[in-house]
Every structure is written in C-alpha cells, then in structure tokens.
Design a protein around this ligand. Structure first.
Ligand code: ZN
Length: 344
C-alpha cells in the first residue's frame, strides 16, 4: 500500500479496522526524521528510532475490545509518531489486540483473550476461533520484537476495569518465579497515576505474564479506570498516563523522585472464593469498588453450607461477580504486603 495516508494522518488503527487487507503483507518504511516503521499485521506496528536506543517497549491495548481509553491513548501516540509530532528515542511495539471486538464494542467476540496466552490458545480445542488465532499472532509479534535486541524490556498491557475501583488505577504484577519485584517499576507506574499494585503469586495465561515469564520483561496488566464507549472517556483522567508513556518512549532515561513506600499500596491475593451453589450471594453492594476493605470477621459471601468471612486486617475485595458459572471464581480477597527484601 502507499504509505502516504499513514504518514499524513497517522490513521493506522482506523485503517486496520476498516481496511485490514491493506496490511495483509508486512510493510516497512522510514519517516523523514529517520524513525523506522514496521507493520506486520492489522493493529500491529513497531517503530525504531534513527539513533541507538536502550529499551524495547511493548504497549498493548484493546485485548478487551470495549476498553476504549487505552486504545485511544495508544492510537494518539501512534498518530503522533507517524506524522512526525512525536520523535521516539526507544524501540516501541504497539499492539491493538482485539479489532473485531472493538467493532462490536464488546469485551470479546467468542472468548476472553486475556486467558489465551503462554500457549493456552493452542490447548484443546485448539485454534478454533479468531481470539485464539490473534493471541498466537500477538505472542509472535512480541517474540520477534524482543528477539531482535537484548536490551531492557518492558510491556504494559493497558486495560480498563468493568467496575470502578477505590483506587481508580491499579496494576497486576505477574508472578516472578522468585525474581525480585522492582520498586523502579512502581515509581514508573506511580508517575502514570497508578498507585495500587496486586502481586500475583502463580503463573497465569494473561498477556503480561507471557512477556514477563518468557522474555524477562518488566510487564504489568494496568487497569486505568472504568470501561466507557469510544469518545466518552474523560481523557483528562488519563493525562498523567499519557504524558508518562510518551516520556518513556521519547527519553533516553527516566528520572524519578525518591521512592516513598507510603505513596503506594501493595496487595497480594489472600482468598480465592469459588461459587459452588446457585444461591451464592455477595454480602455487599453490587457496585462496591475494587479494593474496598472490610473489618476482620465480616461476612463477605454465603451459599448453602458455606460462609466466607474476612480474617485479616486490611482484607479487601477484588473482581467480585456472583453471576459466574458454578465452579468459577466469584470473588478474590487481597491483603496488604510490606515492601521488603523481596524487592530491588
Ligand atoms: Zn481488560
């Protein structure tokens, strides 16, 4: 395809959604400022600066198609890079995850894509739907991007949550298999406006765990606020995130204020509560925000034969959903953790 519409208006995401055939074959070209552009598929675009860089940065959005704010943030950065307004100093790969789900304004078409990574896409029944095929394609894009260079790797998989959160923005830090958690990453995400962190203590099939585990990237699932339709986000609430991400890709190195543990709240998972009966019910308001805490001994949920209570000071709820199928997770509780010797 001619590259002119891309470099004049930067409509990469729009063209990916409306005319995906334009990108059925890989395209690469250079901008007048020397930035190299490589498009491997619809919604998959990477940039390399003209000069030497020291980081390989992956920014993914739209792994859930209706989580629009991060898609708009990334679309804005891609537009500004393509039109020469933003000059990058680091390699960056933008991934717009689920284009088909964006078109129908849904989280997914057939299957939650953020449970399909680390090979889950090919587990039985195999690559049977577009989400599974796309998860594989996204993994391959990350793999080729990182394998070209052995520099500092990071991956921020940007989402918005279904429900509000007491702390609007929070991030899930994937299981590190004993490698230390990094305060520098908390500083970076704090600068993005994220001050609540949930440490994951087991492998998962999320996108961020894939990059963390397979490529030792500093990777996070970042929840930036509440789901809203395209064009209805109050983008002022994302200013800090937008500016900090732009600084990350256009700077040689990042400077932070000294780390103050008082500025962040860090939690780990304490109870995983699965629904075992039809009469499972939550004993708090339907719209209680994530990270709302309850006093010790509070009855959080009950069902025939079972009661679920808090047992630890500061215990808080995350991702409650009483409407899941029997046997599925209906609620997580989390408890605060100290930043100690397991951190660097
Ligand atoms: Zn999401």
């Amino acid at each position: 395809m001619p590259v002119l519409p891309l470099t004049e208006q930067g409509h990469f995401l729009q063209l990916s959604r409306q005319q995906p055939d334009l990108f059925s074959k890989p395209i690469d070209f250079s901008l007048t400022n020397g930035t190299h552009v490589w498009i491997s598929a619809p919604g998959i675009i990477s940039f390399a600066p003209a000069q030497k860089s020291n980081k390989s940065i992956v920014l993914s959005s739209g792994v859930h198609g209706n989580e629009t704010a991060p898609i708009e943030l990334c679309d804005g950065m891609v537009k500004d890079i393509l039109t020469g307004k933003l000059v990058i100093q680091q390699r960056v790969l933008f991934l717009f995850g689920n284009l088909a789900a964006m078109d129908i304004a849904e989280r997914f078409v057939e299957e939650n894509m953020n449970r399909l990574f680390s090979g889950a896409h090919s587990q039985p029944p195999g690559l049977v739907n577009d989400e599974r095929k796309r998860a594989l394609e996204l993994e391959q894009a990350v793999s080729s991007f990182y394998s070209l260079r052995d520099d500092q790797r990071c991956h921020y998989d940007l989402h918005t949550a279904i429900r509000g959160s007491k702390n609007e923005k929070f991030a899930v830090y994937p299981f590190r298999h004993g490698r230390p958690w990094k305060t520098e990453q908390l500083q970076f995400l704090s600068a993005c406006g994220v001050n609540t962190f949930l440490l994951s203590e087991a492998p998962t099939t999320t996108f961020s765990y894939f990059s963390s585990n397979q490529f030792d990237a500093d990777a996070f699932t970042v929840e930036l606020g509440k789901v809203m339709p395209f064009g209805q986000n109050d983008m002022a609430r994302f200013d800090a995130t937008d500016q900090t991400l732009r600084r990350l890709i256009t700077s040689d190195s990042m400077e932070y204020h000294n780390f103050d543990p008082q500025q962040v709240e860090v939690f780990k998972i304490h109870q995983i509560i699965n629904k075992s009966h039809d009469d499972f019910r939550l004993n708090f308001a339907d719209d209680a925000p994530n990270f709302t805490d309850f006093p010790v001994g509070y009855l959080l949920a009950e069902e025939t034969g079972r009661q679920y209570k808090t047992d630890t000071p500061g215990e808080a709820i995350v991702f409650p959903n009483a409407n899941v199928a029997i046997g599925q997770r209906a609620l997580l509780t989390v408890i605060p953790v100290e930043i100690n010797h397991n951190w660097q």
